[in-house]
Design a protein. Structure first.
Length: 241
């Protein structure tokens, strides 16, 4: 790494941040255009949405965990692992799974191998996969029926993940982070992905959640500054028919 790279990135970050009015709350259209402009890195940065919701994740009925297919995908190549046996093995491979196996894959993971982004399992494999809880759980890689990664329909699950289906969950602070594309995406595609994600969060609003639901929403690229959205516009968009 160039010794001056950190300094250079600091200058680029400051320059990018100077283009954002920190007191302003941006509309969705303007924010999706601006996040592309202020991305400082030379590589194709990921654009992420962070939404702080009016929920208390310490209460089980207010913990949000789900998944959604973005209309334009994430722009990221996703490595999919499937735990399966019998006919499901060929179904997974035909759908484009990168790795398929059972006991052999479990042993490999126990030895430290983790070169995959999503793990899918058929229900009958969960007894075996459960042994990996301490390894996969903290990395958010454990198959889970709530997000559709424990299923007999492995073909559909693999196809959706390859096409850009994302998983998300509330953190302890009530914030949910999710990738919605790349800075190379057209602004309108980022906007459509963002709207799909936010509408999904609205549909998942717990009945016990009180007060303002979208407390804050922001967009940022991997190396770029945050852009705060107008939560009133967000709320109007997600509740509009």
């Amino acid at each position: 790494m160039d010794p001056g790279e950190h300094t250079n990135m600091g200058k680029k970050y400051k320059e990018a941040r100077s283009k954002i009015d920190r007191d302003k709350r941006y509309g969705l259209v303007e924010a999706c255009e601006l996040v592309k402009v202020v991305a400082p890195a030379k590589f194709d940065e990921t654009v992420e949405c962070a939404a702080r919701l009016g929920v208390n994740p310490r209460h089980a009925d207010q913990m949000i965990r789900s998944s959604v297919s973005l209309p334009h995908g994430t722009g990221k190549s996703v490595r999919v692992l499937v735990f399966a046996k019998g006919d499901r093995v060929n179904q997974a491979k035909d759908a484009g799974a990168d790795f398929v196996g059972s006991d052999d894959i479990v042993a490999k993971i126990q030895e430290g191998w983790l070169d995959f982004d999503v793990a899918i399992a058929t229900p009958d494999m969960m007894g075996l996969v459960g042994r990996l809880g301490r390894i996969l759980g903290p990395r958010n890689l454990m198959p889970n029926p709530k997000v559709g990664t424990v299923t007999m329909d492995v073909k559909k699950a693999v196809t959706e993940r390859k096409a850009g289906r994302i998983e998300f969950r509330t953190e302890r602070t009530g914030i949910i982070h999710a990738p919605i594309g790349k800075v190379s995406f057209e602004a309108v595609k980022l906007q459509e992905n963002l709207e799909t994600f936010l509408r999904t969060l609205q549909r998942l609003k717990p009945a016990t959640a009180k007060g303002k639901y979208f407390k804050s929403v922001s967009l940022s690229s991997t190396m770029g500054p945050g852009i705060r959205l107008d939560t009133n516009e967000v709320q109007s968009m997600v509740t509009a028919e």
